[in-house]
Ligand binder design. Structure first.
Ligand SMILES: C[S@@+](CC[C@H](N)C(=O)[O-])C[C@H]1O[C@@H](n2cnc3c(N)ncnc32)[C@H](O)[C@@H]1O
Length: 289
């Protein structure tokens, strides 16, 4: 641990931000690698002569910041950490960095099921870092969850994130293509959730380089029209959901109506397009019969 004055840190922050980047990314670097949280810094900034303890020296942090600015590498990958709702999650280039808009899925689930203490079986298809499943399993200790992904490396990270976030054992991890790891849960799921890869081909080609060059294509690319995976998930969902079981999907900003149509064709009811905080129809939900 290195002792450093608040004044010195504040000056260092200002210098880094002058070179580029945003406050939020720099705060993540200082917190996850330096060990100084924004709230620590804020509460001490009235006393600039006071001291804080840094886990790594400023030169080490500056090298990471420079790499972030120079190569557009996402700061979360460089730090190996991201924050999502109240979770601190490990992330590597094997997993998508969970997005803040996806956090709303947890609120949608709470709205549907309330704070009921009933037992419930849920599956998340394409768990990536595990953010959604871990959040649900921790908030609902009586629920049992199965988190799947086609990528074994991603699953290892999700499993590690679960172990690091809790002592609970109500979440298991299975590898395979969409519903295939869930064969033994046919007709048993109360809830299935997926934030599948849904970026259409044309859009994928034009993604900003901090996304396209770093985040896994398998987590983003949804085929020619972006709906390849969503179609597969919806078509097979009736085999796995209980009667009246819910399916919650995240989709691209303009796919809501098409996803709704797919749900209607597959005999779902109570279909709703749910807007994110920017007013975009980001989620489509429905109930199987
Ligand atoms: C958009 S990411 C979502 C990750 C995480 N659930 C989140 O919200 O941050 C999609 C995930 O689906 C996984 N995936 C892609 N194709 C798949 C398939 N055919 N079967 C199962 N999972 C798949 C990817 O590996 C990736 O982790």
């Amino acid at each position: 641990m290195l002792s450093i004055s608040v004044k010195e840190i504040l000056f260092w922050k200002k210098t880094q931000l002058f070179k580029g980047g945003d406050h939020e990314s720099l705060a993540l670097l200082l917190d996850s690698v330096g060990g100084i949280s924004t709230s620590d810094l804020n509460s001490l900034s009235i006393n600039p002569e006071g001291n804080l303890y840094l886990k790594k020296n400023l030169e080490f942090l500056e090298n990471i910041w420079n790499e972030h600015l120079l190569n557009s590498s996402p700061i979360q990958y460089l730090c190996g950490i991201t924050f999502w709702r109240d979770l601190k999650l490990k992330v590597t280039e094997k997993v998508l960095i969970p997005r803040s808009e996806t956090e709303l899925i947890i609120d949608i689930v709470s709205k549907i099921f309330g704070n009921s203490v009933q037992k419930l079986l849920f599956a998340e298809l394409g768990t990536g870092s595990g953010a959604i499943s871990i959040s649900l399993a921790l908030a609902n200790p009586l629920w049992y969850g199965i988190a799947t992904d086609i990528d074994q490396d991603a699953l290892e990270i999700a499993r590690e994130n679960f172990i690091n976030s809790s002592q609970q054992s109500n979440l298991k991890f299975y590898c395979g293509n969409w519903w295939s790891p869930l064969e033994s849960f046919k007709g048993k799921l109360d809830l299935a959730i997926s934030n599948p890869p849904y970026i259409p081909k044309d859009t994928y080609e034009k993604l900003p380089k901090e996304v396209k060059n770093f985040e896994p294509k398998v987590a983003l690319f949804g085929g020619e029209d972006g709906l390849k995976h969503i179609r597969e998930i919806i078509q097979k969902a009736p085999l796995f959901l209980k009667e009246k079981g819910w399916l919650i999907l995240e989709n691209h900003f303009d796919q809501g109506e098409k996803v709704k149509q797919l749900l209607i064709e597959n005999k779902f009811t109570s279909i709703e397009i749910v807007k994110d905080l920017s007013g975009i129809g980001r989620f489509t939900i429905g109930r199987y019969k």
